[in-house]
Design a protein around this ligand. Structure first.
Ligand code: ADP
Length: 359
């Protein structure tokens, strides 16, 4: 049985704005779930409905098989970490972490033991006497996490917890959050707009757009089997390249190049004759030069970005633009005309009208 169930959950704000539409998800105990999507897609609203901070307009919310729609935040046994750390500035790290337990009237000895154990997990042992202002952003966020995990709740909710940190701290904190999850085993729901955070942390990812769930799956499933153009373009960095063209005689143009879709569509080719189709390929799934069993494309190099372990090559072919990820040792010259190949197996096709994946 699922530990948390969201069944046809909807949120309509008092002003009439329908922020979340028919959200369905079953979460197992101990899972790390990430809600990802562009700003305003309804991630926080959904998380806040789970936390009990926002009413559920429609649908059923179950914890451990029992309806929990009407339970208050405390009764749901959830702990939440926000983007702003919300620490008490006049309290030491120790007191900030201990705060929830102190309120509950827990024994001082027990509090001391728990705070020390929590601080050890988070690498805060040497900072317990400090005030928040004497900590780095990453350390403050750790205190906020400490305050949440010390309560041994069943469900751990995090809303963009890393967005106030710089790029380097984010990477460190990301691996620490993964480590904390391994150690505590708490069921975690994490909200972010950052696909890299989602890919690296999640057991399963929920991709949202405009209040609708687009796809739910493991990072692997979302990367290799995106269900529509949006998910294909959102997961992966740089994003998937898309060419939108109308099929004529089973072919579409890619600048001066001709893409013969019979290699991909076979018998289904006739279904798409005269229709616009979306041809997608990932920057990293091409090969330089002319290869067999691949679409061979001639294009001009507009810009190159050397990133160390790879180079992003921006190309144009007629009106079309795309990004290729290549080995830095193979970086072409600006304005050079290059040949590259897209293996047939690495091509994704989408229906241009519905945006759903065809192949
Ligand atoms: P996300 O977390 O994905 O950035 P939110 O869940 O915060 O998105 O918001 C989803 C949508 O709901 C947005 O369009 C936002 O403007 C709207 N919204 C959020 N809170 C309210 C509110 N209290 N009243 C009306 N609309 C709201």
């Amino acid at each position: 049985m699922a530990y948390i169930t969201l069944k046809n959950i909807n949120k309509i704000y008092p002003n009439g704005y329908h922020a979340v539409h028919d959200f369905n998800l079953e979460i197992d105990k101990g899972e790390f779930i990430v809600f990802v999507g562009p700003s305003g897609c309804g991630k926080s609203t959904t998380l806040r409905m789970i936390a009990g901070l926002e009413d559920i307009s429609n649908g059923d919310f179950l914890i451990d098989g029992k309806r929990a729609n009407e339970l208050g935040p405390r009764e749901r046994e959830v702990a939440m970490v926000f983007q702003s750390y919300a620490l008490y500035p006049q309290m030491t790290v120790f007191d900030n972490i201990a705060f929830g337990l102190t309120l509950q009237g827990v024994d001082e000895d027990v509090i001391e033991e728990k705070v020390k154990k929590t601080a050890a997990i988070l690498g805060l042992t040497d900072y317990l006497d400090r005030l928040p202002r004497a900590l780095s952003g990453g350390q403050r966020q750790r205190v906020a996490i400490g305050r949440a995990i010390i309560r041994k709740v069943g469900i751990f909710l995090m809303d963009e917890p890393l967005s106030n940190l710089d790029a380097k701290q984010r990477v460190t904190m990301r691996s620490e959050i993964a480590q904390i999850h391994r150690e505590t085993g708490a069921t975690t729901i994490y909200v972010t707009h950052d696909q890299t955070e989602a890919m690296t942390l999640a057991d399963r990812i929920v991709v949202m757009k405009d209040g609708y769930v687009q796809q739910i799956g493991t990072p692997y499933e979302l990367y290799y089997n995106p269900t529509n153009v949006f998910v294909a373009g959102f997961i992966g960095e740089p994003p998937m390249n898309f060419i939108r063209e109308t099929v004529k005689d089973g072919k579409i143009p890619f600048g001066e190049n001709v893409i013969d879709l019979s290699h991909k569509l076979g018998d289904r080719l006739a279904d798409y004759e005269g229709k616009e189709i979306v041809f997608g390929f990932r920057p990293e799934s091409i090969e330089l030069g002319k290869k067999d069993n691949a679409y061979q494309i001639k294009a001009t190099v507009e810009l190159t970005e050397m990133l160390g372990d790879n180079t992003n090559v921006y190309i144009t072919a007629g009106e079309e633009k795309a990004i290729l990820k290549v080995d830095p040792h193979d970086t072409p010259e600006l304005d050079e005309v290059i040949d590259f190949s897209i293996p047939y197996e690495n091509v994704y096709l989408f229906d241009s009208e519905t945006e759903f994946r065809i192949l």
